[in-house]
Design a protein around this ligand. Structure first.
Ligand code: NAP
Length: 337
């Protein structure tokens, strides 16, 4: 555990994480669905999906060079981290190449943030079975404490050797600048801002957030990059996604023209699928997509999103169809970025 990852058989270069000596793969693997029932249907509506299909998704991802895993203390009430811990324990061949990112949930009532963050991190490490995580992220802009207090807490766990790099998630440009400055006073770079970024949510490029991250040297991790399954081509108006998939929950009638264009472009690249083209669009924008995968087929298909490039004209054609994003109250409370 703790080594650099590589992009496997792909010629695509890895991405250096600011603040540590690590490279991550150009695409990651999101693991919110692992162990989650209400949104993703494990032990619920999705009977095709269990621990064995998760093991295969992990195995196939790693074989294809996707060695950067994103989880959180909140996913499945800690079950996602527990599952990853088991996978790493049983994979001595690859585990030293795996880079793990997890997250602290900064609920407003966690006012003693210095000790709360350390307590959460220790619990995550116990579930993961690891002495440290490579990237530790503040899950969202929900804390009542100042950027300086959050930066103190992050700096302390980094100083203690429990994390290598630190990041945030769902932060706006103003919030990124504030935590970046607070961390800088400890001599620590802000490594990442994890935000919802896809053809169903182009807001971060239009708001100036992505440009600000680039200016500050902060890497953008793009979550829900295939619109929680909506951009894969398998859902339609008559067959919408199941579960509580509230990110970019546009009616499928509005999504279908985008999927059609993804399919057209993919055909020109030797039969790339809508998911692969949607993920390649994110990579073309300089961000690192972290799509979820529930089984080996999804993992394999998603891994085919890197190692090739859309043309500038194709990126522009998709830009013209991309949606700004949802702006409901629930979205705005959590997603400042
Ligand atoms: P996503 O990656 O856009 O969609 C993942 C889902 O799409 C899968 O669970 C699967 O669900 C389906 N899928 C994946 N690959 C497919 C393929 N090749 N073909 C067909 N279907 C496919 O959405 P997400 O899981 O919300 O986001 C990815 C990761 O971002 C999460 O796992 C998590 O790590 C992170 N995230 C972070 C935040 C945050 O606030 N920081 C919020 C959301 C997500 P079905 O098979 O059931 O359709």
């Amino acid at each position: 555990m703790g080594g650099a990852s590589s992009a496997g058989s792909s010629s695509e270069k890895g991405v250096r994480l600011p603040g540590c000596d690590l490279e991550i793969s150009p695409m990651g693997l999101g693991t919110w669905a692992w162990g989650d029932r209400s949104t993703w249907g494990m032990n619920g509506y999705d009977r095709s999906y269990d621990r064995e299909t998760i093991r295969e998704a992990y195995q196939r991802s790693v074989e294809k060079g996707v060695t950067f895993l994103d989880t959180a203390e909140g996913y499945g009430g800690g079950e996602s981290e527990r599952i990853i811990g088991g996978l790493l324990e049983n994979d001595p061949v690859h585990r030293d190449r795996i880079v793990i990112a997890t997250k602290f949930m900064p609920f407003p009532w966690k006012l003693a943030v210095w000790s709360e963050l350390r307590k959460s991190l220790r619990a995550s490490l116990a579930r993961l079975g690891l002495p440290l995580v490579h990237l530790y992220q503040i899950h969202g802009p929900a804390s009542l404490r100042s950027p300086a207090a959050l930066a103190d807490a992050l700096a302390a766990v980094r100083e203690a050797g429990l994390v290598l790099a630190v990041g945030v998630s769902n932060y706006s440009e103003r919030e990124v600048r504030a935590i970046h400055a607070a961390l800088a006073s400890h001599g620590i770079p802000l490594a990442t801002n994890q935000i919802e970024y896809s053809l169903l949510r182009t807001m971060p490029e239009k708001s100036g957030l992505i440009a600000a991250c680039r200016e500050l040297g902060v890497k953008v991790l793009a979550y829900s990059p295939i619109g929680q399954g909506r951009l894969t081509g398998k859902y339609s108006a008559s067959r919408p996604p199941r579960g509580r998939r509230t990110f970019s929950d546009f009616p499928m009638t509005e999504v279908e023209p985008i999927v059609e264009e993804l399919r057209r472009i993919g055909d020109r690249h030797g039969g790339k699928t809508p998911s692969q083209v949607a993920l390649n669009w994110v990579i073309a924008k300089g961000a690192i997509p972290i799509p979820g995968a529930k089984n080996a087929d999804q993992a394999e298909e998603n891994a085919g999103a890197f190692g090739w490039r859309l043309s500038d004209d194709e990126v522009r054609a998709l830009d013209r169809l991309g949606k700004y994003g949802r702006r409901g109250l629930v979205h705005r409370l959590w997603q400042h970025g």
